[in-house]
Design a protein around this ligand. Structure first.
Ligand code: IVH
Length: 654
């Protein structure tokens, strides 16, 4: 269902608010599913109306929040994203804007492949590679120098001794990705995962490559000259071609890139069109998300036809059965595809697809493409029938879910479910145990070394070092990751348990109210529903799962291995309860100490000044936040503006 522009703007505002809420307070007032639905509506609208997209749309957030476990690096110049273009008209409008804002009609452009990988910034000092960082949130990234060193194509010393920063895209060749693709959605995800490894040995095995596409410190007058100079220093550079600033010339070069893209051993997902002259680039400047002198022309998603040979059934973490299509191998966007997603049985019904049909599949950056329709019905069509025995545990444990065309294996000891639950437990946003991939979990299960998530904490050095592909260092790393995970907050542990309906957001809300296993195990459904964002389905799933024999055994195991989060410290007073605070300017103690003081006395510290803020604590040389609070007060807000001494008086009234 498409939405109007006003509805689009409303949704953008809503999601901005929710993002803020989530990143500042770690909580959201809507369900994950609701968030995803709104996000998708925004995305759909932007795909059909690219020119009406607002700059600060939540879909345009640059990168992600910096990860933990890496030191952070503040980029001198932010690593921005690129605005998108989808049509010739978009390119024409982009050129018109350049003309309008620079008063130039005669300028040249660079048109180059857009590599689908991860952006990095690399700094050289005295001719030596000194530091490399990911984009992170655009301003602050993670330091990943140790992993960048594994890229053999990248020079570690260069014949140029002045400070130099280069930017580029780290990628995995399609041929290298083919060897590891079981574990990743696409080469970009695999590259991003490899860059974020704590152990460079693991990164090295993934064989990363890089193309450099720019430098923020070059003094050359044009982009093309900068690229030629970087090449002369030994960098693997992007294939930048200079063309006149006309739509025809740009389109021709884009068409060449599109026609040739499948000949390369890396994923090209579009073309980047850049104004060549650096002085003009600087004159145009940037928005907070993207430069005004460049756009990314996105290639349409490729569709091909092939034959549906068979359908196999996979069992997920909660026992849900997912049909996966096996198709006659076919080349889509440079990769050989032999499997395609069918999502669920509703989708099979909707598409009216049968085994033997010629089907259309589409690949949208993901390695496993999806079936979008039947191109030609087969003469002898075999219907796709849900299995009556579980393909993993071979039990007659398949049940139809009430009111849905969906099926579930209800055997809690089904091996596929156990494996998926363990993988979910270890995943990044759950317990973040790096190094326990698919193959390793398989081996540990096969050898009977683990049967459930709690058993992970009983693994010994001997258990791990004997596994395939494990050495001294990777064993130590895995053991350390397992140990470290014990200190995860209760919200992560709760999410990691993999109880149906308990997503990341709901887990953190529930953990705020019930911060220990002990307390949560005593909560009733009614008490849980009383929490504003907890619905009856969530409450029921929590209570039934936590009181089941299976989960009681697991929780006991987790507690015995030392996972028993203590409730957060109670505020030492309630003097500031219910009030939000922003701190600005220089105070007599470090800001973190003042923040702790406020939190210890029941207050909440937020980052930005808004009309709903209660108190602004002002130190010396306070700047824009102070001005903003005053403006808001003039406009009718009621923000109390106080000094550090006044804050102390609020906490310890006379
Ligand atoms: S130039 C200020 N050139 O695509 C940003 N980016 O979707 C300048 N990318 O963030 C970027 N190939 O990570 C540029 N030839 C290319 C590129 C390229 C891939 C990435 C880059 C950027 C993202 C935007």
């Amino acid at each position: 269902m498409s939405i109007s522009h006003d509805e689009y703007l409303n949704l953008v505002e809503k999601l901005q608010q929710l993002n803020k809420e989530y990143y500042i307070n770690n909580a959201s007032s809507v369900s994950d599913a609701q968030y995803d639905q709104w996000y998708q509506q925004i995305k759909d609208y932007e795909t059909t109306h690219p020119l009406l997209m607002v700059e600060d749309s939540p879909t345009q957030r640059v990168g992600s929040v910096p990860a933990k476990g890496f030191q952070q690096h503040q980029h001198k110049e932010p690593l921005l994203s690129l605005s998108n273009a989808f049509t010739t008209e978009d390119i024409q409008k982009f050129l018109d804007r350049i003309t309008k804002n620079t008063n130039q009609t005669d300028f040249s452009m660079s048109v180059e492949p857009k590599i689908d990988g991860c952006a990095v910034s690399i700094i050289y000092t005295n001719g030596q590679l000194e530091l490399a960082a990911t984009r992170g949130n655009g301003n602050v990234g993670e330091i990943i120098t140790h992993n960048i060193h594994t890229i053999s194509m990248l020079p570690k010393t260069i014949p140029f001794t002045q400070p130099l920063e280069v930017r580029g895209e780290v990628y995995i060749k399609i041929s290298n990705f083919e060897k590891i693709k079981e574990n990743f959605a696409n080469p970009r995800n695999a590259a991003s995962g490899a860059l974020r490894q704590l152990d460079p040995e693991v990164t090295k095995q993934r064989h990363l490559d890089i193309f450099i596409y720019g430098s923020s410190t070059s003094s050359h007058p044009s982009h093309i000259k900068t690229i030629a100079w970087l090449k002369s220093l030994g960098f693997p550079v992007i294939d930048a071609v200079e063309v006149p600033g006309s739509t025809t010339a740009i389109n021709n070069r884009i068409a060449d890139i599109l026609n040739q893209k499948d000949m390369y051993d890396f994923v090209i997902d579009g073309a980047v069109v850049k104004l060549n002259n650096i002085a003009l680039q600087n004159a145009l400047g940037t928005t907070s998300k993207a430069p005004k002198w460049a756009v990314a022309y996105k290639f349409p998603e490729e569709e091909v036809t092939t034959k549906l040979e068979n359908v196999e059934f996979q069992v997920g973490r909660t026992g849900i059965i997912t049909p996966v299509a096996q198709v006659t191998p076919v080349n889509v966007s440079g990769a050989t595809v032999s499997r395609a997603t069918l999502h669920n049985f509703d989708e099979i019904k909707r598409l009216n697809v049968h085994i033997g049909d010629t089907i259309t599949i589409k690949r949208a950056g993901e390695v496993i493409p999806k079936i979008v329709g039947v191109a030609a019905k087969a003469t002898h069509r075999t219907p796709i029938i849900p299995p009556d025995t579980c393909p993993s545990c071979n039990q007659q444990s398949i049940r139809q879910i009430e009111g849905q065309i969906a099926y579930q294996c209800i055997n809690p000891n089904c091996p596929a479910q156990i494996k998926e639950r363990i993988k979910h437990f270890c995943s990044k946003n759950a317990m973040d145990i790096d190094g326990l991939g698919d193959a390793i979990v398989d081996q540990l299960l096969k050898e009977g070394r683990i049967q459930n998530i709690a058993d992970l904490y009983t693994l010994t050095r001997k258990d791990i070092i004997n596994l395939d592909r494990f050495g001294e260092k990777s064993t130590d790393n895995l053991l350390a990751a397992i140990q470290t995970s014990k200190t995860k907050p209760f919200s992560n542990i709760l999410f990691a348990l993999g109880i149906p309906f308990i997503g990341e957001v709901s887990a953190s809300i529930i953990a705020e109210h019930y911060p220990t296993f002990e307390q949560l195990q005593h909560a009733t459904e009614d008490e849980l529903i009383a929490i504003e964002q907890v619905g009856p389905k969530m409450a029921n799933a929590l209570v039934t799962h936590l009181s089941s024999k299976h989960y009681q055994h697991i929780v006991k195991g987790l507690i015995e291995s030392g996972i028993d989060p203590t409730p957060p410290k109670k505020p030492s007073s309630q003097q500031l309860t219910g009030k939000t605070f922003v701190i600005t300017g220089t105070l007599s103690q470090p800001r973190s100490a003042i923040e702790t003081l406020i939190k210890d006395n029941g207050g909440k510290v937020v980052k930005s000044v808004s009309k709903s803020l209660n108190v602004l604590v002002v130190g010396e040389s306070a700047g824009s936040k102070y001005d903003k609070a005053q403006q808001l007060n003039t406009a009718g807000a009621n923000i109390q503006i106080i000094s550090e001494t006044e804050l102390l008086a609020l906490i310890h009234p006379q």
